[in-house]
Structure formats: structure tokens, C-alpha cells
Design a protein around this ligand. Structure first.
Ligand SMILES: [Ca+2]
Length: 459
């Protein structure tokens, strides 16, 4: 290849990938927290790809229209939480008693719902459900109910535990093994020697293995958000059964149907082939006694929340603000989001969005959110073209038609030829782009070009 060609190829290569610099997940979360005071759950965002070992490398953090949609949606949710109107929502407290039943027909009224409350196939002792081992049918839960408000809720669990000693382990293991020995002797008296050996060997395990130096029982607390189970905590129940403790946690709930589950979580590895009796209630293992669990909230440290004041200052949403007040809010948010001085033009463009929204009949709260959402979703091309929303991304791509065509041709060729495009393919990519351009930008002409190309026919 000539020097001139090389140079041209390099220039094209550098230009080929449209990169929108976006924040990675952690950067996004931290930025949002700093900007609005809201701790936003970023687990719904796509994982950041690793590029050369760094996940904040701009060329890896590309942005698709689908991701843009995700960002717009996130920004709306964040601002819905940050900016509130009306009075502080009333707090509720639902206390669930797992011993009330052990089936899905066990229903108790909470608010507007007949929630299912049950303690699984666990024994009941007085006020307690007794949790002894992990099993799908031994989960305690409350479900088929919804909370009246989205927000942070406190979950409290009253429980105590019992930790068996090594003697308990040895005694209960021996009882189970002797019982089995008798059965084996009935079935096969000639095998006595082997049956006895098995007992001795197995007993040695229970006498010496460190896994039976038990700690306190553990419980796992899970809630579900839109059908997705999320573990809130796994915790030791270190309070004794005689003096149960109240364990407290916090979690965010939305106003959709939800559930709270409590599971036994002290795992004992099955190192033995004949571990069958270790999950019998008679075998000594850490036991949790669950009295009740309750949910209380939503918890708001202040009303309106700090985030509200942080963004709006003293702007009162209940009356029509004057334009200087709105301008102040928008300008401050812009400056803080972009971390640089902002131009009058930029502020004006955002004010226009507010004014348009007001004209179309939106409330002050709804209208002020529109420019703020746009600000939270405006990544930029390296040349500074700002992009707002999905249509903004489309417009931005249209303005960079040559780059876009080039990029698309390259991707299609890569797919069609089943290999990476290299410097030698520069001309082919360019020809493809030109062909599509000449034929009214129809995607089908790109396919046509590729299928007829020598590269494809001789691949
Ligand atoms: Ca109880």
C-alpha cells in the first residue's frame, strides 16, 4: 500500500467509529447522587464493556437508541423522586405473623390487599415458626400485596436462635445412624460387618468435622421488585431463643405488587454420601425461631426531601413561578451537570422546553422536569454536538451521514464476510457507502452491493 493510501486509511479509521462519551455505571450513580442527592439503583443498566482493561474508555462506552431510552427513563424516575409535590405520604406498618398458616390460602388483610402470609412447612412453637434447614417448601413469606407509596421502607424481623453443641450433633447423628443400622440388619443380616463399619466411619465424621462447630443460625431476607427477587440481607440471628432480637433493614419498594421472604440460610455442606438425616428436624443444627416480620414506611428524613430543595431552591411548585426563578433553577442545574460555565443560548434552549410544556397544559412540576431530564440525558459527540433523547440521537446520526454510512457498511461487510475489516478493506467500505448513497439510501442496496462484490463471492 502506498503512503498516501495508508494515510487516508488511517484517517478513515480514526473517523469511523462514532463515539458518544457517556458515563460508566458508577460514574453515573455518583454524578446523579452529587447532582440530585438521589441514590439511584443502576443495576438495570447494561454492564460496561471493558476496553483495554479500563471501563471508562470512551470508545467502549457507545450509546445505542435503546440505551438512550434507558437513560431518559432513568432520568425521569430520578427527578420524580427528587422533586415532589403535595403532603408527605402517610406511613403504614404491616406486621406479618408467619405462624398464621402454611399455605397460599392463608390470607390476612393489609390495606387494600388480602395478602398471603405463611410460614412454610416449618413447625410452630408458641409464637414462633421454627426454621431448621433450607428447603423450597420451608420459606416464610408475605406476598400478593402492594405498598401504597413508592419509597424506602424499614423491615424489622423478630427472631432468636439456638446453637447446638457438638454433643448434640453426635447424639442426634448416632440416633439416626442406629435407626438405619436396625433397618439394614432387617433387610440384610449377612452384611452386619459392613453396616457396623459404616456407622463407625460416619460417626467419626460427626465427632471431628469442624463444620459442626456451629455458629448462630442465619436467615436470608428477600423482597421482589417487579417479579425480580432481590436479597436485602443475609444475617446471623445471634440473639438467643429466650430473648429474641429485632433485626432491622431498609429497602426501596415501588407501588407494584411485592413480596417479602425469609429463608433459613445456614448452609452445611453435604460432605457425606448419606447426609439424608442432616435435614431432618431431629438432627442438631442451628435453629432460627421467627416470631414476626414487619414493614414500615415510607421513610422520609425530611419533607420535601433534601433533593427537592437542592434542585429547586425556594421555588414553590404550588404557584406559577416567574421566569427569573425558573431560569435560575435551570441555569444552576445545567452548570452543575455540565461542570462548566454555560452559555445564555444553552439556558434559553432549556427554558424554551419548560415554556412549551407549560403551554401544552403541564403542571409546574411536570414542566420543570422536562428540561432537567433533557440535561441529564445529554451526552455529547466529541465535536460538541449535544444529543437530547432518542430523536436527538437520530438527528445527530443523520447530520453525520457519511460517518454513519461508513460505519454501517463496515458492520454489514464484517457480518457478510465473517471476518474483521482491516486496512485493505478501506476501498470496499467506501464503495459500499457510495453505492448506497447513489441509490437513495435504501438498505437493500447495501445488501445487493455486498452480495455482488468479489469479496463476498470469493470468500
Ligand atoms: Ca409470631
Amino acid at each position: 500500500m502506498s503512503n498516501r493510501q495508508m494515510k487516508r486509511a488511517e484517517l478513515i479509521r480514526r473517523n469511523q467509529n462514532i463515539v458518544i462519551r457517556r458515563l460508566n455505571r458508577d460514574e453515573y450513580r455518583l454524578t446523579i447522587r452529587e447532582l440530585t442527592g438521589i441514590d439511584f439503583d443502576i443495576s438495570g443498566f447494561p454492564l460496561d464493556p471493558l476496553a483495554e482493561g479500563f471501563d471508562n474508555n470512551g470508545s467502549a462506552l457507545s450509546m445505542s437508541p435503546m440505551q438512550m431510552e434507558l437513560y431518559v427513563d432513568a432520568a425521569r424516575k430520578i427527578l420524580d423522586r427528587a422533586i415532589v409535590s403535595g403532603d408527605q405520604p402517610k406511613s403504614i406498618r404491616y406486621r406479618f405473623q408467619p405462624e398464621v398458616g402454611n399455605g397460599d390460602d392463608s390470607r390476612v388483610r393489609y390495606g387494600e390487599y388480602n395478602a398471603i402470609v405463611h410460614g412454610g412447612q416449618n413447625p410452630v412453637e408458641g409464637d414462633f415458626k421454627v426454621l431448621h434447614h433450607v428447603s423450597w417448601d420451608r420459606v416464610c413469606n408475605a406476598r400478593d400485596f402492594a405498598l401504597p407509596e413508592e419509597g424506602v421502607y424499614k423491615i424489622r424481623i423478630r427472631a432468636g436462635g439456638k446453637v447446638p453443641s457438638r454433643e448434640d450433633v453426635v447424639r442426634t447423628a448416632r440416633a439416626a445412624l442406629e435407626h438405619r443400622f436396625e433397618e439394614q440388619m432387617r433387610d440384610n443380616p449377612n452384611g452386619e460387618k459392613y453396616h457396623r463399619e459404616a456407622v463407625t466411619q460416619t460417626m467419626a465424621h460427626f465427632k471431628t468435622d469442624r463444620i459442626y462447630n456451629y455458629g448462630p443460625p442465619r436467615l436470608k431476607l428477600i423482597h421482589d421488585i417487579n417479579g425480580q427477587p432481590i436479597v436485602i440481607s443475609e444475617f446471623d440471628v445471634d440473639a438467643p431463643r429466650e430473648q429474641p432480637g429485632v433485626y432491622e433493614f431498609q429497602a426501596r419498594f415501588n407501588a407494584n405488587k411485592t413480596s417479602i421472604s425469609i429463608e433459613y440460610a445456614y448452609s452445611i455442606p453435604s460432605v457425606l454420601e448419606n447426609f439424608w438425616f442432616q435435614s431432618h428436624d431431629s438432627f442438631a443444627r442451628p435453629v432460627a425461631y421467627l416470631d414476626w416480620f414487619e414493614i414500615k414506611g415510607p421513610i422520609n428524613e425530611a419533607w420535601p426531601p433534601k433533593s427537592h430543595q437542592k434542585i429547586l431552591g425556594d421555588l414553590d411548585l404550588s404557584k406559577e413561578p416567574d421566569s427569573a426563578q425558573v431560569r435560575k433553577v435551570v441555569a444552576l442545574f445545567l452548570r452543575r451537570a455540565f461542570r462548566r460555565p454555560v452559555t445564555d443560548e444553552e439556558i434559553q434552549a432549556k427554558l424554551q422546553q419548560y415554556n412549551d410544556a407549560k403551554k401544552s397544559g403541564k403542571s409546574v412540576r411536570e414542566a420543570i422536569q422536562i428540561p432537567l431530564v433533557a440535561i441529564l440525558c445529554s451526552p455529547k459527540f466529541p465535536d460538541g454536538t449535544a444529543i437530547v433523547g432518542v430523536s436527538g440521537l437520530q438527528n445527530a446520526i443523520l447530520k453525520k451521514e457519511a460517518l454513519f454510512l461508513n460505519c454501517l457498511s463496515k458492520k454489514m461487510l464484517t457480518y457478510a464476510l465473517g471476518r474483521e475489516m482491516g486496512l485493505v478493506d478501506t476501498d470496499l467500505i467506501e464503495q459500499a457507502s457510495r453505492y448506497v448513497q447513489k441509490h437513495d439510501y435504501r438498505l437493500s442496496t447495501l445488501v445487493e452491493f455486498i452480495v455482488c462484490s468479489d469479496a463476498f463471492q470469493n470468500r
